[in-house]
Write a protein that binds this ligand. Structure first.
Ligand code: SF4
Length: 337
């Protein structure tokens, strides 16, 4: 008989923020971004549980936590490099291989590793999460030597309320340096970690709420006359395989595509208002299975054990249901692993 082995991590482990000794929550999710609208379109009950009641499962999802820590390691690395680049200026950076001197690059890598060191012997992280994280970071830093980025901003949140409510936290905004200033372009870079890099993953970013939203917000909120031409949102994917792979997918915005995005989000806002009038009906077509990439919705057990669940009741209760806490999410979107 075939034996099926299910890999799992100890999900009774301490939350990552507690392990790191963070006093404040790291990188709260942007309030009206991709995750907000994606959840609302997928299931209005899920949207209400997440965005109104703010219920989070007590036990963390390892894929999301690994993605969260990977982002944090890259943020630490990029911030240190950015400080030195701004001290030296872009023309100095243009002459350095990879846009920065070796001493600063090494210091940035060391700082990222030191930031993750508390997980090395932490129960629930030491066996699986920490080794995966370290091999992804090491491999990423190696391939980042080929980037020619002059860093403009790290983890920058942009938001508008007119004509649509939309926000995004951009992982990285760079001038991608050419040999001369005339060849420079500006890009937004979005980090992703994935179980593996497959063709359907790569194709998905050309028509994608998150990448369209980032391009739309950048062109809406930033004085683009001060920077080189905005060329793309670059989705920078790292696989968590034994030997990590890296691939970059460019989403080049078009005026028609951005107009379609704005019109679509206006409709989404009306759909959310209509769902509220219907008391946030459950969408039983996407609780599990293929629609969830063969996982379960994070509220599956709650909806299953409380078929008559009322959002108004949950909002009135101070105590969250068993197995949940009431709080904000770390900066994670549904596509991130
Ligand atoms: S379990 Fe199903 S009905 Fe409940 S929130 Fe998730 S998708 Fe919606």
């Amino acid at each position: 008989m075939t034996k099926i082995t299910v890999q799992s991590v100890d999900n009774k482990r301490r939350p990552p923020g507690e392990v790191l000794g963070l006093k404040e929550k790291y990188g709260s999710a942007s309030p009206r971004g991709n995750s907000y609208y994606s959840q609302a379109l997928k299931c209005s009950r899920e949207h209400a549980l997440s965005s109104l009641v703010r219920l989070r499962p007590e036990r963390d999802d390892d894929a999301l936590t690994t993605g969260w820590l990977f982002h944090m390691g890259l943020e630490v690395y990029r911030r240190l490099i950015m400080v030195e680049q701004h001290a030296q200026g872009i023309e100095w950076c243009r002459k350095q291989p990879g846009g920065i001197d070796e001493k600063t690059r090494q210091a940035a890598e060391d700082l990222a590793y030191a930031t993750m060191a508390p997980f090395e012997n932490e129960p629930g992280y030491a066996d699986e999460t920490y080794p995966v994280l370290m091999r992804c970071l090491k491999s990423y830093f190696e391939q980042a030597r080929q980037h020619r980025y002059f860093i403009l901003a790290v983890e920058e949140q942009l938001m508008t309320t007119v004509p649509i409510e939309y926000s995004a936290r951009l992982d990285l905004i760079v001038v991608d340096m050419g040999s001369t200033a005339a060849q420079d372009v500006t890009r937004a870079v979005e980090y992703k970690s994935a179980r593996a890099i497959a063709a359907n993953l790569l194709a998905g970013y050309q028509l994608n709420l998150q990448t369209l939203g980032q391009a739309w917000l950048f062109l809406k909120c930033v004085d683009v006359t001060k920077y080189p031409r905005f060329a793309s949102v670059r989705v920078d994917i790292t696989s968590k395989t034994k030997v990590p792979q890296h691939i970059a997918v460019e989403m080049v915005p078009t005026p028609a595509g951005l107009r379609a995005f704005e019109k679509a989000v206006l409709s989404y806002q009306r759909i959310i208002e209509a769902a509220a009038r219907e008391n946030y009906p459950p969408n039983f077509t996407c609780c599990a299975g293929a629609a969830r990439s063969f996982r379960q919705c994070q509220y599956y057990n709650l909806c299953f054990s409380n078929p008559d669940l009322q959002i108004a009741d949950l909002l009135a209760q101070e105590q969250p249901p068993f197995g949940f806490v009431k709080e904000d999410l770390p900066t994670l979107d549904n596509e991130q692993e």
